[in-house]
Design a protein around this ligand. Structure first.
Ligand SMILES: Nc1ncnc2c1ncn2[C@@H]1O[C@H](COP(=O)(O)OP(=O)(O)OP(=O)(O)O)[C@@H](O)[C@H]1O
Length: 804
């Protein structure tokens, strides 16, 4: 059991150019703790809750100032949480803990070296961990936990932790690890599974809600929250991407400016040593809380107010839990008040090693919110958690073990009582005994024994088997044993002949292989490539085997954002895209992606080149060996003589192998970066499409509002000439050939348009008195045309082109 307080860190977000900076300072004391001092300017002090004080000091484990980068945050905060404890679990009997310094000393025998591992929070060791970000809207919670959408280096704690965990798991072959991911969103006190494939229904209300169940031991279980297995980093990152996109898709237009929900990304790891019945399970929660600002400040109404109230309420309950936990002798902790506190119950005052990151945006306007975030963190720092190793026994293995024990005891009892077992040995048992006899006979150690247990049937079978062997050996045509009465000499000769036979067999195999020109491996010792067989055979094309289209179609299947667009809509989309704020980022990433692809391609070619070289060297060595084998038939002594040419070839191959490994690792890293960039671009594209849909439907709605007016007069519209001049075919193509009247109307619209061109207020589409003939006669198409014209006009106006 590890008892410790919740660790608190602060991160100050870089200020924008136009933000008036707040006054604060960061200091590190002798004990390596940090203090953050925030000064309240005089002009603000009046309106402040406690206006007697002007300076507030808060202690943190560490304060990350504005220039801190994502990798620093990961290294200092998240890496220790996920720290690999393979060492800890394998040398458990040789460790000692220092609870004060939270350090584990591992004695590495035979030399008594003390390696210290900070064991505070370690998901891989079977301890639960939580990292949560708390702070006001826009202070950088999502940036810290998930990452920024622009650059690869902006990856946040989740992708970096996934990468680190999978790297460590790959390195440890002593255990079998299984990893699952879950992604929960809590919005207005309701839980939603962000990895639920039914998200394509897109409406949050339609999805099954995640509910909390409590077992008799008061353990929390979440119904309707799926656990998706991820066998590697790529699969896990895809799940994160899908969850994030689902979160984005489900956002209502009103809550887009900031995330109004709490999100918990959980990495579930279980580990087991082969053959052992003990399973270790751990969960690592990475939590992005909703903005912590107070309702009064947000100054909102309607849906936003409801959301803000829920957020405030759940953060208020979180605060209540934290206050209760930090008070001594409090027996009741009000976890059940909100979904958030129920889910994070283990992370707060329970079986978990927890870390809080207070995100601060210390500009002048947000001083009070920053102080309140720091105050909250100080209270959190008082909470003590007791993390216990989550071990459980696999019942199937226990049952198998007990069954065997029962059988052994039965056999022993039968031996002692002289009771005979009547049933025949099964095929499997016979095979097992035969194998045991074979390895017993092959074992040259005179002390070796044949362990058959207390089963008389097995003992009898073994005696019969051995008898048969001895009798066979005595037959006159078996001259190997019959001609020599001295057993040991006969045995040695037999062994020599066997070796010789083996040698000849090998030679024949080699020659056959040469004839068939097969690319088989000849001998393990010869090539010694088995250390990284997977790496050697993985080609560049395999590395990039999950094309973006797959992910993209998966995404579209899940989000349902792709749909057939009408021509007008497509054109409006193109214009919208051109003026879209994030289009520069998308373009930049596209360029970067291109560049990385080119780099990866050339690196891949180099890797392939080296692989070919290695294969070539392999073949040369094989040839060399075959020549030697052929020569050895004539003079066997030569077989054991060293071959300088072969030595040179081997050295050369070692060199190539090294550079292959280096390049391959580089290529792997590049692959991850490329995939990340692809994900960022996909995300940006989805967002663009979504923003366009919202904007488009708004335009359509506005038009709908004007419809009654349109119907009262006619269904013909007056089109601004600027539009007609700019895009003469943009809607004309929609006019059916047989609709002469429509065409004429179009002409009349053209001619009357000039009257409107000087009047910006009338530049909007407005009805005119005319005949009641529509554009196409189709209601939906007409609505599309009108929405497009309207949207385009608005865009032109926005760009200041409307008056030209
Ligand atoms: N440390 C940082 N460095 C650079 N940019 C940052 C940093 N922190 C935040 N940002 C940027 O500030 C903006 C707001 O950040 P973010 O969305 O992470 O805030 P948040 O606290 O999650 O807000 P909300 O509660 O509304 O979700 C984003 O554009 C983000 O990229």
């Amino acid at each position: 059991m590890v008892k410790q307080t919740i660790q608190i860190y602060a991160r100050v977000k870089p200020l924008g150019r136009r933000q008036p900076p707040g006054i604060y300072s960061v200091e590190e004391d002798e004990a390596s703790a940090f203090s953050l001092e925030i000064i309240v300017p005089r002009d603000l002090a009046d309106g402040f809750v406690n206006n007697k004080r002007e300076s507030y000091k808060f202690k943190f484990q560490k304060v990350f100032d504005q220039e801190s980068k994502q990798d620093e945050i990961f290294e200092a905060i998240a890496k220790p949480v996920a720290e690999c404890h393979i060492l800890l679990t394998t040398v458990m009997s040789h460790f000692e803990c220092d609870l004060k310094t939270k350090t584990l000393y591992v004695h590495c025998y035979p030399r008594k070296i003390f390696i210290y591992v900070n064991y505070r929070r370690s998901a891989l060791a079977g301890y639960n961990g939580t990292i949560f970000a708390y702070g006001q809207t826009g202070s950088g919670k999502t940036f810290t936990i998930t990452g920024g959408a622009e650059r690869y280096s902006d990856r946040g704690i989740i992708p970096r932790t996934l990468s680190y965990i999978f790297q460590q798991l790959q390195k440890d072959s002593s255990k079998v690890y299984t990893t699952h991911i879950s992604y929960l969103e809590i919005y207005n006190e309701c839980g939603y599974d962000l990895l639920d494939p039914r998200h394509e229904a897109s409406k949050l209300e339609d999805l099954p809600k995640v509910t909390i169940m409590e077992d008799p031991d008061q353990n929390i279980h979440l119904k309707h929250l799926s656990l998706q297995q991820a066998t590697n980093e790529e699969e896990a990152l895809n799940l994160l991407f899908l969850g994030d996109t689902n979160r984005m898709i489900a956002e209502t237009p009103m809550n887009q400016a900031s995330t109004r929900s709490h999100c918990i990304f959980t990495i579930h790891i279980s580990s087991k040593e082969p053959g052992s019945a003990t399973i270790r399970r751990s969960k690592l929660h990475l939590v992005d809380l909703a903005g912590s600002e107070r309702v009064a400040k947000t100054g909102v109404g309607g849906q936003l107010l409801t959301e803000a109230k829920y957020i405030n309420l759940s953060l208020h309950y979180l605060e209540q839990v934290i206050i209760a936990l930090s008070e001594k002798n409090r027996s009741h902790i009000p976890y059940r008040n909100s979904m958030m506190t129920s889910v994070l119950r283990d992370s707060l005052g329970g079986n978990c090693m927890t870390t809080m990151i207070a995100t601060l945006s210390i500009d002048k306007r947000n001083i009070d919110e920053s102080i309140s975030t720091c105050r909250f963190a100080q209270r959190v720092a008082l909470i003590k958690n007791e993390a216990i190793l989550n071990e459980e026994i696999d019942p199937r293995l226990i049952i198998a073990r007990l069954k065997k024990e029962v059988q052994d005891l039965r056999n022993e009892l039968a031996m002692v009582t002289g009771e005979q077992r009547q049933e025949e040995l099964t095929e499997e048992e016979l095979q097992q005994v035969d194998e045991q006899i074979k390895s017993f006979l092959e074992d040259m150690d005179p002390e070796s024994t044949l362990e058959l247990g207390a089963d008389m049937r097995k003992i009898k079978h073994s005696f019969n088997h051995l008898k048969r062997l001895v009798n066979n050996a005595k037959l006159p045509n078996n001259h190997l044993l019959a001609s020599d009465t001295n057993n040991s000499i006969g045995y040695e000769e037999l062994k020599k002949l066997k070796d010789l036979l083996q040698q000849r067999d090998n030679e024949i195999n080699i020659l056959v292989n040469m004839l068939k020109k097969e690319k088989k491996k000849v001998q393990d010792a010869l090539l010694q490539l088995s250390a990284s067989p997977k790496e050697i055979t993985t080609s560049e094309s395999e590395m990039f085997s999950v094309p973006l289209e797959n992910r993209s179609s998966l995404l579209h299947r899940n989000t349902g954002v792709r749909g057939e667009m009408s021509l007008g809509r497509k054109e409006a989309f193109e214009i919208f895209k051109r003026d879209y704020a994030d289009s520069i980022t998308i373009e930049d990433n596209k360029q970067l992606l291109k560049q990385r692809f080119a780099e990866a391609k050339s690196l891949g070619e180099k890797v392939n080149e080296i692989r070919n070289k290695i294969n070539h060297l392999k073949e040369e060595i094989t040839q060399r060996h075959m020549q030697k084998a052929a020569q050895a038939v004539v003079s066997p002594r030569q077989m054991n003589e060293p071959d300088p040419i072969e030595e040179t070839l081997r050295t050369q191959m070692e060199r190539e192998k090294k550079s292959y490994k280096t390049m391959f690792t580089h290529l792997k890293g590049m692959k991850i970066e490329i995939e990340h960039l692809q994900l960022l671009m996909e995300k940006a594209k989805v967002k663009l499409q979504k923003d366009f849909e919202i904007w488009w439907s708004e335009e359509a709605r506005n038009l709908q509002d004007e419809k009654p007016l349109l119907q009262n007069s006619t269904s013909v519209v007056k089109i601004p000439p600027s539009l007609l001049e700019a895009q003469p075919h943009s809607y004309g193509t929609r006019v059916p050939n047989n609709s002469r009247a429509s065409f004429n109307e179009e002409q009349s619209v053209k001619s009357s348009g000039s009257r409107l061109s000087n009047s910006p207020s009338k530049a909007r589409i407005s009805p005119v008195q005319s005949s009641s003939i529509s554009f196409t006669g189709d209601h939906q198409t007409d609505a599309d045309i009108l929405a497009f014209i309207r949207a385009r006009q608005n865009l032109i106006q926005k760009k200041g082109l409307g008056n030209k």
